[in-house]
Design a protein around this ligand. Structure first.
Ligand SMILES: [Mg+2]
Length: 298
């Protein structure tokens, strides 16, 4: 197993800038932690744009639509355009409409938040559940009438997850073998500004356990996500680099797509996972402490 190249001197960062035309970024743990920007990130993105690099943001965050995610960039003072942003909620909606071709008369039962609902709406997909306050109440099986038009269950991060939502999703999936089961992503944890919290993968886990069935996942590292990027952004994989903080999502995603990969150590993945006896089998091409280190290339 080849070790990743550890970047440290200005000429190495400058060489990277020459070598890659398209820069794909994960966001949480790379650009920011929750609502705290990582210092130096704005300068690096500005440097890339000044050098005519294409910049793409690929996030597994399923709570926000691309449009509301753009609001987060704005609030933190980071330049970004909606067509540069790809989220797992968007990927789930595109998967349902374009890949699975969910019939127009079918609906989706949603475990998730407003961002996921917005992306489904944009793709012309009808849905129920989600932010409906009725689903936050205790579940009453006697008064639940399943909607016969539900043809899919989509599960993303849901901070108002309830037994009622699990019970409804479970009923749709267990009583109809044709009902599609889609998860926005499998992230076990979510890096909030106040530390790690359960991620979208932890939200779908009880359903997988109850059903004995695995969902189709649309976020990183799934190919569906890269297909969504490909449909909108013209890039040469040989001249594209994926920057991320998580080996089993970001780095795996980049490798699966034939892209170069750069791991930053400002997020989930720790030094011990890339060095020594406990090292992961997923090896990035390059490693640097922080995205901010690329300022040395200026
Ligand atoms: Mg991340």
């Amino acid at each position: 197993m080849t070790a990743p190249a550890r970047l440290s001197i200005a000429s190495e960062y400058a060489a990277l800038l020459v070598q890659f035309d398209t820069w794909m970024f994960d966001c949480d743990g790379v650009l920011w932690h929750g609502d705290r920007l990582i210092p130096g990130v704005i300068e690096v993105l500005a440097l890339l744009r000044k050098n005519d690099k294409k910049v793409v943001f690929v996030t597994n965050n399923a709570t926000k639509s691309r449009r509301s995610y753009k609001g987060k960039f704005d609030a933190l003072g980071v330049e970004a355009h909606v067509d540069e942003i790809f989220g797992s909620a968007y990927a789930a909606a595109v998967y349902l409409s374009s890949v699975a071709q969910l019939p127009k008369d079918k609906k989706v039962y949603v475990i998730g938040q407003a961002g996921l609902e917005e992306e489904l709406h944009e793709e012309g997909i009808a849905f129920l559940g989600g932010t409906d306050p009725a689903d936050a109440l205790p579940f009453d099986a006697a008064s639940f009438t399943p909607d016969p038009n539900v043809g899919a269950v989509v599960c993303g991060l849901d901070t108002a997850i309830s037994y009622a939502k699990y019970s409804k999703a479970f009923t749709y999936l267990s009583t109809n073998p044709d009902c599609l089961f889609v998860a926005t992503n499998e992230d076990s944890t979510y890096p909030s500004a106040h530390g790690l919290l359960p991620g979208a993968g932890a939200i779908s886990a009880p359903l997988r356990y109850a059903l004995g069935r695995d969902p189709v996942c649309t976020g990183k590292p799934a190919k569906v996500m890269l297909d969504c990027v490909k449909a909108k952004v013209n890039y040469d994989p040989k001249r594209t680099i994926m920057v991320g903080d998580r080996l089993n999502t970001d780095i795996l995603f980049g490798k699966a797509g034939g892209l170069a990969t750069l791991l930053v150590l400002t997020g989930i993945t720790q030094e011990a996972e890339i060095n020594g006896p406990g090292a992961s089998h997923i090896v990035p091409d390059y490693v640097t402490q922080s995205l901010a280190d690329l300022r040395a290339a200026a």
